[in-house]
Design a protein around this ligand. Structure first.
Ligand code: GTP
Ligand code: MG
Length: 370
């Protein structure tokens, strides 16, 4: 059942809390400002104050957050978004760090000191690539199941001294299920015991035929330690991206996906968002999952404040009312009222769902005992 606190009801009607409490009392309802009342009681009070109640529905939300199909002429090229996956200890983090270190010159805004869960690099041939730093397999799957397909290309890291392992297979399956093309990075090639041929033949068993074996999956031998093959890997990614002809419309209300989010002591809730459609700007009003806000500041992967972020650009977003979850979708909306209404509607829906799940569990337990 829908409920609202007396204080919130007063706030939404722009009436004094005391007046609302009084009106409730006159209707035989004793409630202090922090107590909740049900929707029917709220409606009664709303009408007494001469306002009209609107109940938000799924359809209303869909009305505000429309899935617009962009006209082909509005689409412009955008950088690819790359996720690195692979078995534990095969060098995913080392590879990301090596790419970042190799591509960020020391003079550039003091280098990247900040960790924002995603970053962009420029290849020598001038292509821009967006790397996602966080998603492990779990995050990748959970994002996908929540409709936030963020990755265009998966780089599958396989250590040359260990070959294909269980999580390598898992990563292959995730990439296949998502329909995302893959590039194989055969890592730790600097090790004396490195055996890249074993990696390639192992992959055959999972229907991954790399170019070296006359297949069409690009494979590159790399070392995160020595830097060998890194440029080649970046060019392989750029080439794959060219084939995909990735495009987005930068001129519409922004939509993005939360890569990670946390409550920062000094700055409040902060979310790293990968913009997917449109351009996110300072001052934009948005709803993100069960939270909402107004963009107070945007901070890029170099720790610089920026005015806007277009498609495939990762940015930190400040100005949230609460902390969203990784995988939540951010949508820019027209008014703060809309943003708050949608966020609250989703909060309520989530609460109802949890309550229903709780009830089902206890019923199951009851039946199990009988
Ligand atoms: P998880 O996040 O735990 O799954 O591991 P990961 O895949 O991120 O691997 P990580 O980058 O932490 O590397 C694991 C170990 O392998 C570390 O000790 C690295 O120093 C080492 N390592 C990574 N890349 C290379 C490489 O190219 N050559 C050598 N010799 N060692 C490497
Ligand atoms: Mg790691």
């Amino acid at each position: 059942p829908e409920t609202i606190t007396v204080a919130e009801l007063a706030n939404r009607m722009a009436e004094r809390v005391g007046d609302v409490v009084k009106a409730l009392m006159q209707n035989g309802v004793m409630a202090t400002q922090n107590q909740t009342i049900d929707a029917d009681t709220a409606e009664l009070i709303i009408e007494e104050f001469g306002h009209r109640m609107t109940r938000v529905s799924d359809a209303d939300v869909e009305d505000v957050i429309k899935e617009v199909e962009d006209a082909p002429e509005d689409l412009l090229p955008r950088p690819p978004v790359i996720t690195i996956m692979g078995h534990v200890d095969h060098g995913k983090t080392s590879l990301l760090d090596a790419i970042r270190d190799a591509k960020v010159t020391a003079g550039e805004a003091g280098g990247i000191t900040q960790h924002i869960g995603a970053y962009q690099v420029q290849t020598d041939s001038g292509a821009t690539l967006s790397f996602l730093d966080t998603p492990g397999h779990a995050a990748f799957t959970s994002m996908r199941s929540r409709g936030a397909q963020v990755t265009d290309i998966v780089v599958l890291v396989v250590a040359a001294d260990d070959a294909v392992m269980p999580q390598t297979v898992e990563a292959i399956n995730h990439a296949k299920a998502a329909g995302v093309p893959m590039i194989v990075a055969i890592n730790k090639i600097d090790k004396p015991e490195a055996n890249p041929t074993k990696v390639r033949t192992d992959l055959l068993q999972h229907e991954i035929v790399v170019e070296e074996m006359s297949g069409d999956v690009q494979d590159v031998e790399v070392s995160a330690h020595t830097g060998q093959g890194l440029d080649e890997l970046l060019e392989a990614i750029a080439l794959q991206a060219e084939i995909l002809e990735l495009k987005a419309n930068p001129n519409r209300a922004a939509q993005g996906a939360v890569i990670e989010a946390q409550l920062d002591v000094g700055r409040g809730p902060v979310a790293t968002v990968l913009v997917q459609h449109g351009t996110l700007r300072r001052g934009d009003i948005f709803v993100v999952g069960e939270q909402y806000g107004k963009v107070r500041a945007l901070i890029n992967d170099k720790g610089e404040r920026v005015e806007e972020a277009g498609p495939s650009v990762p940015v930190e977003v400040l100005g949230l009312n609460g902390t969203p979850e990784a995988g939540d979708v951010l949508n820019v909306v027209e008014t703060e009222g809309q943003a708050r209404e949608i966020a609250e509607y989703r909060q309520q829906a989530a609460k109802d769902k949890r309550a229903a799940a709780g009830a089902a569990t206890s019923l199951d337990q009851l039946l199990a005992k009988a």
